[in-house]
Design a protein around this ligand. Structure first.
Ligand code: FAD
Length: 499
């Protein structure tokens, strides 16, 4: 019997191979474990998506699969397989690997759904000696190794990096990017059944959720995911690059692909995504800056984050170099966007509440930056992202949240903390316009919480940040602030209420 976890749903998880022990005829097992939902207060749209995708996959596999609803994985496995031998692909979290290793009857094969084997990454990383691990170096190594956007030994177009042509602010005076809308799936009777089950479990007091479970926005089947990829590549990839980092109030998606949930459920293989993007460039359908930007996200960032999760080991999640210990306030945990007056945070928190998704820059520079400035416990911030995002899984959380967003690893993943004053948000979005706060104000009734929070953060961590060449200049700026005491007082008075 071969066991498929709920994020191993695509055809690449069924390809027979010697190293996994998986044969073409092996009967399959899927376990819907209620304890997983009980452990954390997930976004309801996320619970809906995962259950819908698992049940759709089971319906496709028909008689070949035993689909069990059990309290725990252990219980489901005992019921389905007794003590008989079971194979499984390497799961995606340390906890699940621990569980699999504790079950003597289960043989674990290598991971699927990523481009590079873990051992190859470890050899690459170890081979760098004392040099810092850098995503850019890893990405170039991946491009060469997988012959992605390469012309012989040289990067296509002569450059590895088109960031200079990307990262533009949004076009002025347009509420939305003029691109065709992203693919949206249509719900079916499996979604109805999932919704009924979730209602019942909530009514029974068995589980509790946050966020809205509106019409399902993300693919639950391979067919839907392939359609979403095709539509993105044909209609939206050409404008992906330039506005990758921009934010528009009325257009949360802009030209982003919305493919993370499908990739992380295993419905799409990263290889087919980067290959489709490269083919669009080679046929002249999409410009190189956009295609390179997209390939960088998948073959660079996604793969890097996955590899670091395993390379850094399980203790990495507890890193807390800045010694941040504050609890997350209730309005944040409950996604109470309507209590928030700061327009950027209100808008982004409402996107999370309503859809369980927002793109990379709101995650990093609006949500993550706010948490970092307030000194919230990075492990709690990580747990919040994990629960509230449709694409949140343990492996993707630790490096993105503990490392990149909260700088809790002291710079193992990034060279400096990602946080800024309101001026950055103002430059990269139309979010500030009618906000009651002003990005240029540090103190006073219109002081922008991001601007004041930024200076207060630098002030609190001056001793550490003045030794970092990327933040030294900013720290020196503290000495030129005439109203630093006012900023300190104001930030203390803010407390943890919604800004
Ligand atoms: P696009 O902008 O269209 O990018 C294409 C693809 O690249 C994504 O679908 C994703 O698979 C991949 N990708 C890009 N950056 C990353 C990255 N840093 N880590 C992993 N994959 C990446 N991504 C998740 O998949 N799950 C998460 O829970 C998650 N949490 C995040 C939390 C924080 C604080 C930050 C800063 C980033 C997080 N990311 C996460 C990365 C990124 O924000 C999302 O992958 C992206 O916004 C998903 O939307 P998209 O599919 O439209 O992405």
């Amino acid at each position: 019997m071969h066991w498929l976890f709920g994020d191993q749903l695509g055809p690449h998880f069924l390809r027979p191979s010697k190293d996994s022990g998986l044969t073409r005829e092996a009967p399959l097992l899927m376990i819907e474990a209620r304890s997983v939902l009980r452990r954390r207060r997930f976004h309801r749209a996320k619970a809906h998506l995962v259950l819908s995708a698992m049940r759709h996959r089971a319906a496709e596999l028909g008689d070949r699969v035993v689909y069990l609803r059990a309290d725990t994985y252990r219980e489901g496995l005992a019921h389905a397989a007794g003590g008989g031998p079971v194979t499984v692909h390497h799961p995606t979290s340390h906890a699940a690997v621990r569980l699999v290793r504790s079950l003597p009857q289960v043989a674990m094969g290598p991971a699927r759904g990523f481009l590079a084997p873990m051992a190859d990454f470890a050899a690459w990383a170890d081979g760098r000696g004392d040099r810092r691990l850098r995503q850019e170096d890893f990405y170039r190594w991946m491009r060469q190794r997988h012959d992605l956007l390469m012309d012989g030994d040289a990067p296509a177009g002569g450059r590895w990096n088109y960031d200079h042509d990307n990262r533009l602010p949004p076009p002025r005076n347009v509420p939305t990017l003029p691109v065709p809308a992203p693919y949206r799936p249509r719900e079916d009777e499996i979604d109805d059944e999932v919704r009924r089950d979730l209602d019942q479990w909530e009514k029974d007091g068995d589980v509790s959720f946050v966020g809205l479970d509106g019409p399902r926005l993300f693919p639950a089947t391979r067919t839907e995911a392939r359609t979403a990829l095709k539509r993105f590549v044909e209609h939206r990839l050409p404008t992906f690059g330039p506005y990758e980092d921009a934010m528009l109030t009325a257009d949360p998606v802009m030209s982003h692909s919305l493919l993370s949930a499908s990739l992380n459920l295993g419905l799409l293989d990263p290889a087919e995504c980067v290959e489709a993007a490269e083919a669009a460039w080679r046929s002249g359908a999409a410009p190189l800056n956009s295609v390179e930007g997209f390939v960088r996200q998948i073959a660079g960032w996604r793969e890097y984050v996955w590899q670091l999760y395993w390379y850094f080991g399980e203790d990495y999640r507890d890193a807390n170099v800045l010694r941040h210990t504050a609890e997350l306030p209730g309005w944040w945990s409950d996604l109470d966007a309507d209590d928030v007056r700061a327009r950027c945070l209100h808008t982004v928190l409402a996107q999370v509440r309503d859809t369980g998704w927002t793109h990379h820059i709101p995650r990093l520079m609006v949500l993550g930056s706010y948490a970092l400035q307030r000194g919230w416990d990075p492990a709690a911030v990580m747990d919040w992202f994990h629960r509230c995002f449709v694409d949140g899984y343990d492996w993707v959380m630790a490096p993105n949240v503990v490392g990149m967003s909260q700088y809790a690893d002291g710079g193992r993943t990034t060279t400096k903390p990602y946080t800024s004053g309101g001026a950055y948000i103002d430059r990269m979005s139309d979010l500030c316009g009618p906000c009651p706060y002003r990005p240029g104000d540090r103190t006073g009734e219109h002081a922008c919480p991001y601007t004041a929070g930024y200076w207060a953060f630098l002030d609190r961590h001056r001793a550490l940040l003045e030794h970092n060449h990327r933040t030294r200049q900013a720290v020196r700026g503290l000495d030129r602030l005439a109203d630093l005491d006012g900023v300190r007082r104001q930030e203390r008075a803010r407390g943890d209420g919604p800004p």
